[in-house]
Ligand binder design. Structure first.
Ligand code: HEM
Length: 163
């Protein structure tokens, strides 16, 4: 690991916030709870939307469902990233040595990129496609990628402590 990065990790781990989370009996489990609560909001809302993209609940309009659920996914994502960073800094040098942690971060980037591409390029064409009754494969592919990667990330997160 580059020396500068290792110095940064050590600095992170020695911040008063990291020390407080590490030394308190309750703070770490409370942050873990917030991490899991954020995952429920993020993956819960994303999963309902993705299942609609895969053809479930056809009576529900995809753009309308998206406008209601995507903001919740965004809120969940921010909560998970914030709480995840706090869990990380408490034991930064240990987590940084764990290859599963970096795999998890890579998977998060792929899942987030899939969501950004969908919101930027697919969402605005959806209403037209829905009216024509012809949803192109990109819609289902994006739903499958999203479902697959968010659950893979959950698995990576759960096994982190055992790897
Ligand atoms: C964005 C999507 C994310 C998901 C779905 C996710 C999911 C999870 C899950 C399911 C766990 C296991 C929780 C438990 O059993 O207590 C976990 C643990 C953890 N996550 Fe995340 N996570 C995400 C993002 C992050 C980020 C961005 C970071 C760090 C920057 C992070 C750092 C951690 C750490 C350090 C743990 C281990 C906690 C422990 O076992 O002591 N997570 N994550």
């Amino acid at each position: 690991m580059p020396a500068l990065f290792e110095t940064w990790l050590l600095w992170l781990e020695n911040t008063s916030t990291a020390a407080a989370i590490r030394q308190s009996l309750w703070l770490y489990p409370i942050v873990q709870f917030i991490h899991i609560a954020g995952i429920v909001v993020l993956v819960g809302s994303a999963m309902i939307f993705d299942l609609r993209l895969l053809g479930l609940a056809r009576r529900l309009s995809i753009p309308d469902l998206g406008h209601n659920l995507i903001p919740w996914s965004n809120v969940g994502f921010l909560i998970v990233i914030g709480s995840g960073f706090l869990l990380f800094i408490a034991h930064a040098t240990d987590w940084a040595e764990n290859p599963l942690f970096w795999l998890k971060i890579l998977l998060i980037f792929i899942a987030a990129l899939n969501a950004v591409i969908f919101n930027k390029y697919v969402m605005k064409r959806l209403r037209g496609w829905e009216i024509d009754g012809k949803l192109p494969p990109i819609v289902r592919i994006s739903g499958v990628i999203s479902l697959f990667f968010w659950f893979l990330i959950i698995a990576a997160g759960r096994f982190l402590a055992y790897y």
